[in-house]
Design a protein around this ligand. Structure first.
Ligand code: GLU
Length: 400
């Protein structure tokens, strides 16, 4: 349509959102669909956090706030970075936005010029390349497959850096694979970055609290203090505290960048929801004991899903270190036909057939830059997961 902008040609609709919406529509139409598409915890936001929001409403905390966050929340974010990551930031180095998405968006719009390159390890969270392109930059994908446990090597990072590289986006544990970089693996990457002072680091730490077994979460500015002045450490309350709908993301980094991000935000949404900010303050500074319980629940679900998916014909499902996703490989299903006669030529066809013929919604791998795979979000009950995985097993067994 001639009316639409050239910018639109550079971006696809978010596949995670599209699958979630489709599953919701089918369920609303009375179809028996299990949604494993949305990356969102099934837990309710804890009561003490909800209560803080109610108190904020009753206290009239319902007006505009400072664009990039109320001082109380910024102080709590500084305390969180110190307590959990050993990182010292002042409130001037902190910004709060409408979910992790707006934070990343602000940072990219505020820094990218045409032709600037952004290194993105693949598989990547679906929106990174589109956001880079919307901001006028060029995404540079560095692929780490199953054989590398979905982790890029220092050699790959070194080879991807050019004089045009502006950012390296790092996400551990990862959406969509759940892969987490160990301290030593991350140090090997930060050593490379230390040799390239023009490259900035955007660390998306959204899954920090969702780590399993004895995996230790670390973040680049903590592992390599020499990167502190060129790292934007991004996080949010959505996944850790089951607060997806409240839309609170935050980041800390150099003051000039943080100011530039607030400038962008002041011209788009202004502050994120005032009530949500008071709820996030309680999330970050209130009790944290339930996080360990939730971790145990998620770990049990991971084990269940990994074990059941590995029993499905044609599927190989690695066991991730964190997040609430698995990213099984479906090479063994490609070329086969479904009972309805659909030939599975790629992972998008597989995901569509799985939804239509078996009633399970997953996100196809091509959306995350590595095929043939699909992403399962296992943030739902054991009972639902068992049924969904049994359906996937039956679907795979039915392929000929
Ligand atoms: N980050 C979540 C996901 O990957 C939420 C949807 C989105 O914003 O992409 O499913």
């Amino acid at each position: 349509m001639a009316f639409l902008s050239d910018t639109l040609a550079r971006v696809k609709p978010s596949a995670t959102i599209a699958v979630t919406n489709k599953a919701r529509e089918l369920a609303a139409a009375g179809k028996d669909v299990i949604g494993l598409g949305a990356g969102e915890p099934d837990f309710d936001t804890p009561e003490h956090i909800r209560d803080a929001a109610k108190r904020a409403i009753d206290a009239g905390k319902t007006r505009y706030t400072a664009v990039d966050g109320i001082p109380e929340l910024k102080a709590a974010i500084c305390a969180k970075f110190l307590r959990e990551n050993g990182l010292t930031y002042t409130p001037q180095q902190v910004t709060v936005g409408t979910g992790g998405k707006q934070i990343l968006f602000n940072a990219l719009i505020a820094t990218l010029n045409k032709g600037d390159e952004v290194i993105i390890p693949a598989p990547y969270w679906v929106s990174y390349p589109d956001m880079v392109q919307l901001a006028g930059g060029t995404p540079v994908e560095v692929v780490a497959g199953l054989e590398n446990n979905f982790r890029i090597t220092p050699e790959q990072l070194e080879a991807a850096i050019t004089p045009k590289t502006k950012w390296f986006i790092f996400n551990s544990p990862s959406n969509p694979t759940g892969a987490g970089y160990s301290r030593a693996e991350l140090k090997a990457l930060t050593d490379v970055l230390m040799r390239h002072p023009h490259v900035w680091v955007m660390s998306d730490d959204m899954y920090e609290h969702l780590v399993f077994d004895d995996f230790e979460f670390t973040t680049p500015a903590q592992i390599e203090p020499g990167l502190y002045d060129r790292t934007l450490t991004c996080n949010g309350v959505s996944k850790a505290y089951a607060m997806t709908g409240w839309r609170i993301g935050y980041a800390a980094g150099p003051v000039a960048l943080i100011k530039a991000m607030a400038n962008i935000q002041s011209n788009s949404t202004s502050n994120t929801c005032s009530v949500s900010q008071w709820a996030a303050l309680e999330a970050l500074s209130g009790k944290q004991d339930f996080l360990a319980d939730w971790r145990r629940v998620f770990q049990g679900r991971r084990d269940l899903v990994v074990s059941m998916l590995n029993k499905a014909t044609g599927i190989t499902c690695p066991k991730p270190e964190g997040a609430f996703y698995v990213y099984p490989d479906i090479s063994g299903c490609i070329g086969k036909a479904t009972p309805a006669g659909v030939v599975i030529t790629n992972d998008e066809v597989f995901a569509t057939a799985l939804l239509e013929e078996a009633g399970v919604a997953v996100v196809f791998g091509a959306a995350f830059g590595l095929s043939p795979n699909f992403r399962v979000s296992y943030a739902t009950s054991d009972e639902v997961l068992r049924e969904a995985c049994a359906r996937i097993q039956r679907f795979c067994a039915s392929l000929v």
